[in-house]
Design a protein around this ligand. Sequence first.
Ligand SMILES: [Zn+2]
Length: 55
Amino acid sequence: MVLPLVDQHRPKCFLCSRFFDDLEALRAHQESDHKDFVEFHSGEHSPAPGDVAVF
Ligand SMILES: [Zn+2]
């Protein structure tokens, strides 16, 4: 029986499906390669002007 090469315990970037050695490496990757996405989801305390949805 051959085990898959994918290590289930390693953190995976849900944006590009890449695996990283640890959470720090994943975080550094997301803050650089997915900078816009990270800033968007971490800036909920300060909504950008004109970005408010009205229902
Ligand atoms: Zn990524």
